[in-house]
Each structure stands twice: as structure tokens, then as C-alpha cells.
Design a protein around this ligand. Structure first.
Ligand SMILES: Cc1cc2nc3c(=O)[nH]c(=O)nc-3n(C[C@H](O)[C@H](O)[C@H](O)COP(=O)(O)O)c2cc1C
Length: 324
């Protein structure tokens, strides 16, 4: 399959693995890239620019295919050393950066000067247009279904993607709720030129997370995610667990008075405990509604090959069969 996304990133299949905190290590990024998609290392999971540099170098030993690095700009009392991370990306010869969380404009000149393509993740048409206007090469349009931060507009992909297609000139991928060949074909029909998957890639053989996390995804249905931190305008879609129930109870009782400090125990420092230790009740961790469509733990190659095979059959048999 050839789309503007496969051409832009020099990849075989229009499938991207979105940055995921404590999941997007070199093992997963390399496995996705080796399978013909675009794997992405999560920059800020590496605690310093030096650590990111060695993670990039480690990924290079596992794949000769293109891979990217995610840079998430979230509000923080002690901001990470972003200039250092950007330099590590440039020095590491990485050719794709996935930005998210905030406007990446400040970092574009340095990235562009080194021929790095930037795909910005947005949850609205207006932010996508802004990304286009400041010179991003592509957009990842993240619908309300997505795991992680869906924004505050709550527009699902059946509306968001065709709206993006109406307005954008640069290519975009559909993100949020993508799992299989049906997702890919639907995304293409709605105007996207590929898909970005997060949650689905956690339940793969190569995802370097505790088996408890993969089993939790197998067990979960589409009814098992919750939105937390809405009163803080930092909404996150997470898998329900005891900690999430506690957050929701605090949100109900404190209402508009809720402060970040009230839930810090349930959201701070949670990822290593969940992803590495397998402590599934340690706190709130991102998960998409797409968990309901995850029924197995294939390798990244099996997953991507299956998606492309299904998409081919859907387009050439099922859809073509409807035409008279
Ligand atoms: C466990 C987990 C951690 C994530 N961490 C990040 C992150 O650090 N930065 C980011 O930009 N997106 C992050 N995301 C969002 C994904 O990159 C992707 O946009 C999202 O998962 C797409 O929705 P899906 O889960 O329905 O596929 C995370 C998602 C999950 C499930």
C-alpha cells in the first residue's frame, strides 16, 4: 500500500506505533519498524538526553529501518531538558519526531535543519490546522476513543477524521481505536492515509512490559476505560482499577475544588510500577477503548501482516463486491 504517509516516512506499511510512556523502548520500536511500520521510542521515558542517546543507539543495533522518537510537551513544574533531548535526536540521526501535548513550533527550525520529519499529534481540527500552519509534515489525529489524553472536545473519529480531511492539506493518520484491517480501511475511507496505534501495540510479544499488563488488555472490554482528571482539564483515558475508582470518587466529592495534589498518589510515578513491576492497581495508566478489540498477543510482524492482509481482502473483496 502506498500513501503520502508511507512516502513521507519511507516505510512499507502506513502503520505507526505512537509514543507510550514506559512501553516505547527500543525493543518495541525496532520490532514495529522491522515489520514495515514506523516504531517510535518515547523520549521522556529516558530520564536524560544521554539515556535517550543510548536508547536510540540500542534501537539502531536492532533495526536498519527508519524509526522515530516521541517528544511530549506537558506542563510541568520542572520542565525536562528539551534542548538536550532535541540534540540527542539530531545527533542520533533520527529522521522522524512525533510531537504531542503542546505546540512544537519552538523546536521545528532545529529539527527541519537536520531533515527530520515532524508528525504532531492533535485532538482537534483547529490544532491540526495550527500544526500545518507552523510547518509540521503530518498530523496524527487522535479521536475521543484514544488511550491517553483525548483533549477536552470529545469528538470521536467518525466525525473528527472526515472533518480533518475537509480542512487539512498535509497528510494525516487516524489515531485512537485502531486495531485491525477494518480500522485501517475505515480510516482510509474517512480521509486518513494511515493509522497510529497505541494500546494494540502493548499486547504484542515484543512490547517490553510485564505480562500482567498484556493479560489485563486481553481481559478488558470496550466498557472498561474511564476518563480521569477532567476537572483539571488534563483528561486522560485509563483502564479502570482500584486507584482509578479512588480518583473518580475524589473528583465527585471535591468537584471544581479538585487539585492535582489530591490525586498525586494515584497518578504520580505510576508507569514503572505498572509496566515493569506488573502492579496493576498501582495507579491510573493510559488505555484505549480499543482494548475491547484485543484478543491475542501476536508479534508485531504477525499483527502488521494481518492488518495489511485483512485490509487487502476488505478492499478488493468485501467493498469491491458491493459495487455493481
Ligand atoms: C500506556 C500508554 C502510554 C502513552 N504515553 C504517551 C506519551 O507518553 N506520549 C504521547 O504522545 N502519547 C502517549 N500515549 C498515546 C499513544 O501514543 C496513542 O496516541 C494512543 O494510544 C492512540 O490510541 P489507542 O490507544 O486507541 O491506539 C500513550 C498511550 C498509552 C496506551
Amino acid at each position: 500500500m502506498k500513501t503520502r504517509i508511507t512516502e513521507l516516512f519511507g516505510i512499507e506499511h502506513p502503520i505507526i506505533q505512537g509514543g507510550m510512556h514506559y512501553v516505547g523502548f527500543a525493543e518495541l520500536a525496532a520490532a514495529v519498524s522491522n515489520a514495515g511500520g514506523l516504531g517510535i521510542i518515547t523520549g521522556l521515558t529516558q530520564k536524560s538526553p544521554q539515556k535517550l542517546a543510548s536508547e536510540i543507539a540500542r534501537c539502531r543495533t536492532m533495526t536498519s529501518k527508519p524509526f522515530g522518537v516521541n517528544l511530549t510537551f506537558l506542563p510541568s513544574l520542572t520542565p525536562p531538558d528539551f534542548p538536550g533531548y532535541v540534540q540527542a535526536i539530531i545527533d542520533g540521526g533520527v529522521k522522524v519526531v512525533e510531537t504531542a501535548g503542546n505546540n512544537p513550533q519552538k523546536w521545528l527550525p532545529a529539527l527541519k535543519a537536520h531533515g527530520i520529519k515532524v508528525i504532531h499529534k492533535c485532538t482537534s481540527v483547529r490544532h491540526s490546522l495550527k500544526a500545518e500552519a507552523i510547518g509540521c509534515d503530518a498530523v496524527s489525529v487522535d479521536g475521543f476513543e484514544c488511550g491517553g489524553h483525548p483533549g477536552e472536545d470529545d469528538i470521536p473519529n467518525f466525525i473528527l477524521l472526515p472533518r480533518a480531511a475537509e480542512e487539512l492539506k498535509i497528510p494525516f493518520v487516524a489515531s485512537g481505536g485502531m486495531a485491525d484491517g477494518r480500522s485501517l480501511v475505515a480510516a482510509l475511507a474517512l480521509g486518513a492515509e494511515g493509522i497510529n496505534m497505541g494500546t494494540r501495540f502493548i499486547a504484542t510479544k515484543e512490547a517490553p512490559v510485564h505480562d500482567n499488563v498484556k493479560q489485563a488488555l486481553l481481559k478488558a472490554t470496550e466498557l472498561d476505560t474511564r476518563l480521569v482528571m477532567r476537572p483539571l482539564r488534563n483528561t486522560e483515558r485509563v483502564l479502570v482499577n482500584a486507584a482509578v475508582e479512588r480518583i473518580l470518587e475524589k473528583e465527585r466529592t471535591l468537584g471544581a475544588n479538585l487539585k492535582f495534589e489530591d490525586i498525586i498518589k494515584e497518578v504520580g510515578g505510576v508507569y514503572p510500577r505498572v509496566m515493569i513491576d506488573g502492579d496493576m492497581d498501582a495507579g491510573a495508566w493510559s488505555c484505549g477503548m480499543v482494548a475491547g478489540l484485543i484478543h491475542d498477543i501476536p508479534s508485531c510482524k504477525e499483527l502488521i501482516d494481518r492488518i495489511m492482509r485483512e485490509a487487502d481482502t476488505l478492499i478488493t473483496k468485501r467493498l469491491a463486491g458491493f459495487m455493481r
